[in-house]
Design a protein around this ligand. Structure first.
Ligand code: ATP
Length: 451
């Protein structure tokens, strides 16, 4: 595999995503809506896989974490208590000349980057989206779209504790949509106004929070590396006291080398007992935890790893993207980890001739219930391989005229482009083994390497 540690060109990535059905601009036929994107047929598989591997490693494979799916609209008192109504703001400045608005903390100069104009005084802009519940648009009916998923977890702390019978330390995980009325959006999926978060609130005994913070930071870095992100493309940025959010004792950002440079991929915060205490005060409901081992009552501290699905998609795409010289051409290929790859297997009949198509459709029907499989009989075989390379499909299965004679098919592996020939009867087991990590050249009985 070619060295891909240098920056990937964002324009090329955006164009590949649109061309191959990963990601389209939202409301495309109306000229789009800034900061909104739609995931196409391939993109939807990709985000489902990313959410699935997160859920698997954060919830299913851990005895100390349970899941939750809370509603997006919440009682406005939640946002009063959490401090979001007053604190969830970004500093906004406006150019006096061209009237463009910017987030002041993202600017590198005190002059407008568009026209060089002078800025207005900085003011705080609340980035929560407001709407109304019920038919009357009055102040009493105002509700907010959640700007983070975790408040749904905090308000359910006692419900989950009582029903799951978990003991501290334990966590509640959630994946869901969040909304932020960002002053400016940009860099493709990096900053959008509607996005999904994958958040874990991990409740610990006060005093053990710093140790857990370190453990979760390492666990989350390892997760990215396990699924294909190169370690050298990750970094950790420690927030200074001035940068800390109103609820945080310590925050570190896991940074990724995006095409525009190192930027936050995931946030890791020590939220202390801030949120639970605020909700206890505001709701009058106890958030107390009784530790039966030590006979102590306390309000737990919270360590929070919070990742954005969109930024993960972008990071996994950037790390997988490669342009490789192949004969006189350049092969564009996405070297996705197999668990992330949107399509696992493509079935490609060499021709559309009826007897071949019948056999290939049978092969497809046998595989489709087991793996995300695509059937493609358009264009030349070479072009179809290129297309699957751009989709990051790990295996292509080719049904050719020889298959009609010997009931065997060819499997081509994406990264090495090596090929083996295997009996159709062994195809499903062979692909299963390779998709769970078996060496490509381990052959089933009757299989052979194609030279
Ligand atoms: P930033 O400083 O970039 O605005 P943040 O520190 O406000 O981000 P957090 O509140 O820590 O972000 O949110 C946790 C995660 O949610 C981020 O690490 C990121 O992956 C994701 N996220 C936050 N805002 C956006 C956005 N506007 N678009 C896409 N993803 C986002």
């Amino acid at each position: 595999m070619a060295d891909n540690s240098s920056k990937v060109d964002m324009d090329k990535l955006v164009s590949l995503c649109q061309r191959r059905g990963f990601i389209f601009p939202g409301s495309d036929i109306y000229g789009g809506l800034s900061g909104c994107y739609d995931f196409g047929p391939v993109g939807v598989e990709l985000i489902r896989n990313i959410k699935e591997i997160w859920w698997r490693s954060m919830v299913r494979e851990r005895d100390d974490v349970v899941g939750l799916d809370a509603s997006i609209l919440m009682n406005t008192q939640v946002w009063e208590a959490s401090g979001h109504l007053t604190e969830f703001t970004d500093p906004l400045v406006e150019c006096k000349n061209c009237h463009k608005r910017f987030r002041a903390d993202n600017l590198h100069s005190d002059r407008c980057p568009e026209c060089g104009g002078e800025f207005t005084e900085e003011r705080r802009f609340n980035t929560m989206f407001k709407t109304f519940i019920g038919p009357v648009e009055e102040d009493a009916a105002v509700v907010y779209l959640r700007p983070e998923t975790c408040q749904g977890i905090f308000v359910n702390f006692q419900n989950v504790l009582n029903t799951s019978r978990k003991r501290i330390p334990f966590g509640i995980a959630q994946i869901g949509k969040t909304f932020r009325n960002e002053i400016t959006t940009g860099n493709f999926l990096f900053r959008t106004r509607e996005f999904e978060q994958m958040e874990l609130e991990y409740f610990v005994k006060p005093g053990t929070d710093e140790e857990w913070f370190e453990k979760w930071l390492q666990t989350r870095i390892d997760w990215y590396v396990k699924y294909g992100v190169r370690r050298e493309n990750l970094d950790v940025d420690e927030h200074s006291k001035e940068q800390l959010s109103h609820y945080s004792k310590r925050t570190c950002d896991i940074m990724y080398r995006f095409p525009m440079g190192f930027e936050e991929l995931e946030g890791m915060a020590n939220r202390t007992d801030f949120d639970l205490k605020q909700h206890q005060k505001s709701s009058g409901k106890s958030m107390d935890y009784f530790d039966s081992e030590t006979n102590e009552h306390y309000i737990p501290y919270v360590v929070e790893p919070s990742a954005g699905v969109g930024r993960c998609v972008l990071a996994f795409l950037c790390d997988a993207y490669d342009e490789e010289p192949d004969k006189d051409e350049i092969r564009v290929v996405l070297h996705f980890n197999q668990d992330i790859a949107p399509i696992k297997v493509a079935v490609l009949p060499l021709s559309r001739k009826e007897n071949l198509a019948t056999m290939a459709k049978d092969v497809y029907s046998g595989l489709a219930p087991c793996f995300m499989t695509q059937y493609d009989d358009t264009q030349s075989i070479g072009r179809r391989y290129r297309r699957q390379d751009e989709l990051g499909t790990p295996y292509c299965v080719t049904v050719d005229f020889q298959s009609l004679e010997d009931n065997q098919v060819t499997i081509r592996e994406r990264d090495s482009m090596s090929q083996i020939r295997v009996p159709i009867a062994a195809l499903q087991d062979t692909l299963s083994a390779k998709l769970t990590g078996e060496d490509f050249f381990i052959l089933p009985p009757g299989g052979q390497v194609v030279k």
